[in-house]
Design a binder for this molecule. Structure first.
Ligand code: ATP
Ligand code: MG
Length: 374
């Protein structure tokens, strides 16, 4: 079937979408994807070998739980944990199980992982048109590393089950049951609540996640269609610390949004002056200490950047490095080891740095006395 029909677009509208697709290739197959938000088609939508894999929808956010939740939902709300990793859609196209990134690229590393560590064939045999949607989490990954207790290196957690072409989700209970049946690990479900009086329970969940340095929650209508997210102060601070460790490479809007969240949370939670000061102090530390640490490293002659460690099949790691290179990133490999593992044979563990230019150059300039006229 033609792509425009699969996407439910007129040929004319599809033409305008085509102006914004990018081309890429995976193991000799040329494909197209939509890297940014577009009218009529979700970001991350992929056109691969005659098949469409719909982008994962943007999840809206509330800054005030007590007001935002009743605003967004008019029926029961399922509350699931929001994990901090990278969004992955998995589909089987023409017999091959492929893992797609948020923007719609096939990630060779994630594809290798999924093939090696998850057995999705029974699921795809029964439901060939499914996009298995979830988060890849753990400390060893090439995009968004974050430590989770109980996750050694990298793991997958499913949070959605969609028709790959229409993007239509399965309802929350049906989805959880099916993943249970196929043995696919999933995000935690905290419970189902009435939107008008969930505030106290949500607050408790958030407090616990915050204490555990976990990211937050995604609330969903039971049919799986409407979503809403909310994050912990720990996640906001973690993001701020990360962004301010590379202050001239991260968008200032990214930082501003996270600061705003902290203020609204402080107000909604009716913090005492002591609690508000404690929050302000923690936010200030996240910002200033991560910057001073970076400046010290540059002063010591080090190059700063986004550091990642990945572990896996030697060929899969090669493919990943090529994949990052093809995206125009400059990768400095800092350590490259081979480990023999009884179960898996040879494994390669690589630590690399995605080079960032502005932070290194600007800090160097300031340290050398460059005069700023603002
Ligand atoms: P985008 O919405 O474009 O992905 P973003 O940076 O705003 O970008 P996040 O703030 O991480 O994204 O929030 C949305 C993402 O949260 C989803 O795309 C998904 O990868 C992730 N996520 C983690 N856990 C869940 C969950 N339980 N339900 C839905 N999404 C989840
Ligand atoms: Mg995320």
């Amino acid at each position: 079937m033609e792509y425009h029909r699969q996407l439910g677009l007129s040929p004319e509208t599809f033409e305008t979408v085509l102006d914004h697709v990018e081309r890429a290739s995976y193991e000799g197959t040329e494909y197209r994807h939509v890297p940014d938000y577009r009218r009529g088609v979700e970001r991350g939508t992929v056109l691969f070998d005659g098949a469409v894999v719909r982008g994962f929808p943007k999840v809206p956010r509330t800054l005030v739980l007590g007001a935002g939740v009743p605003q967004q939902f008019d029926g029961p709300v399922a509350v699931e944990e929001k994990l901090n990793g990278y969004n992955t859609r998995i589909a089987r196209i023409d017999g091959d199980v492929l893992a797609f990134s948020r923007s719609g690229l096939v990630c060779p590393y994630t594809t290798w992982f999924v093939e090696r560590r998850l057995d999705l064939d029974p699921l795809f045999d029964d439901h060939p048109d499914t996009a298995v949607c979830g988060e890849m989490i753990g400390s060893e990954n090439p995009y968004t590393p974050h430590d989770y207790s109980g996750v050694d290196s990298l793991a997958f957690r499913a949070f959605d089950w969609r028709d790959r072409q229409s993007g239509e989700p399965l309802d929350v209970r049906g989805r959880r049951e099916r993943y249970g049946e196929y043995g696919v690990p999933q995000v935690r479900l905290f419970g189902v609540y009435d939107p008008d009086d969930a505030a106290d329970e949500l607050r408790e969940i958030i407090d616990q996640l915050d204490a555990d340095d976990r990211e937050g929650i995604v609330m969903k209508s039971l049919d799986g269609v409407t979503q809403l997210k909310y994050t912990t102060s720990a996640a906001n601070r973690g993001d701020l610390a990360y962004a301010f460790s590379l202050p001239f490479d991260y968008g200032q809007a990214f930082m501003f949004r996270r600061l705003i969240r902290e203020a609204f949370q402080s107000i909604e939670w009716n913090e005492s002056p002591e609690q508000a000061h404690k929050r302000a102090h923690a936010v200030g530390e996240a910002i200033v200490l991560s910057m001073t640490e970076t400046i010290e490293r540059v002063a010591d002659g080090e190059a700063v950047g986004e550091r990642h460690t990945v572990r896996g099949d030697p060929a899969a790691i090669d493919d990943l490095l090529d994949h990052l290179d093809a995206q125009g990133l400059t990768i400095d490999v800092q350590a490259d080891d081979r480990v023999e593992r009884e179960r898996d044979g040879a494994e390669r563990v690589v630590t690399f740095c995605k080079r960032v230019q502005s932070t290194n150059d600007t800090i160097r300039g300031y340290l050398d006395g460059q005069i700023v006229r603002e």
